[in-house]
Write a protein that binds this ligand. Sequence first.
Ligand SMILES: Cc1ncc(COP(=O)(O)O)c(C=O)c1O
Length: 394
Amino acid sequence: MLEKAKHLLQPSTRGAVPPFMVMDVVAAAARLEAQGRRIIHMEVGQPAAGAPASAIAAAQTALSSAVLGYTETLGIASLRRRIGRAYGEWHGLDLDPARIVVTTGSSAGFILAFLAAFEAGDRVALALPGYPPYRHILAALGCEAVPIETSAATRWSISSGALIASHRAGTLKGLVVASPANPTGTMMAPSALADLIRCAEDAGIIVVSDEIYHGLDYAFTAECAARISPNVVVVNSFSKYFCMAGWRIGWMVVPPPLVRAVERLQQNLAISVPTLSQIAAEAAFAGRSELETVRRGYEENRRILLNRLPRAGLDSFLPADGAFYLYADVSRFSPDSFAFAKRMLEEAGVATTPGVDFDPVRGRNFLRLCYAGAHEEMREAIERIGDWLKQGAF
Ligand SMILES: Cc1ncc(COP(=O)(O)O)c(C=O)c1O
């Protein structure tokens, strides 16, 4: 009987999503560290700094004094109001807090957005290179991810022309955009984003805008899609600018007709978002000056890397406008960035992410370097990479 039941335990086809390969790099780096090697970590995309002191203090107080039961499914009302107010401060936007939904990181925001807006079988466009979970979450939900390859000609973003060409080839129901984007760090000019959103809406395509790297923009100010249209589903997070990745808290700005659907979904999928994290997140808004110091640190790291990496041998990057990533073309050293990253880790002790995670084909030519660490680590990484490349093994 037990033997027979074992045969039933085949993973479902929709559960068979590809792995996130960066985690293989993390495991390899950990093995080297266990052997006593010092590794510079530029592989995982998360802030090196912790949550602001105001958030920690609020969490400590809540731990010793609050019951920490469930909250309202859409989130604690004062947090939703505070997030709504932030849109006024950041973007001059008067947002009804009834449209704000607190989520378990932006990761849960995508699941809610895709479930609320799309049917199984719907086709949803997204950029390549791009953040892999968009594709994999859509696949797990029975939707079809439709990759649109981007290039320097459109500044590595989906253009209105490319969207419409894809829509003509097969009707699209949705579009995911991200500016700044992961892995490239590239941003869309406000006018390009506005054109794309208007074009999508004219064609009946629902837009989901991933704004998780807002606040970390250096080249120009990132445009908020909610300023362009009230029909865009905006997904955001406390993981990056607010340095609260492990607290697993984010939010969405939901078009009014979808709010109740998102609420019903979250009621059933999660009941509510961790209460301690919601309390800390609200208090994190008071940590602005601390967070701005962290942000200036990224800006300085970006300056250091863009100035010195070319002298060390890496000299071709996509426009590094924001977030904390450089997407470097390493094709002149190797046709296989996975093998290149593996050797860089083992021989130079610098962990990076091969581009194949973000673009299965052209990613073989690219490496993603995360610059969210300390300035000294950036300087040391540049030296190590330079010395290693000079050894001329490639
Ligand atoms: C572009 C992008 N979107 C979404 C996420 C998910 O982040 P979280 O679930 O922590 O909000 C990440 C994480 O790295 C990301 O890079």
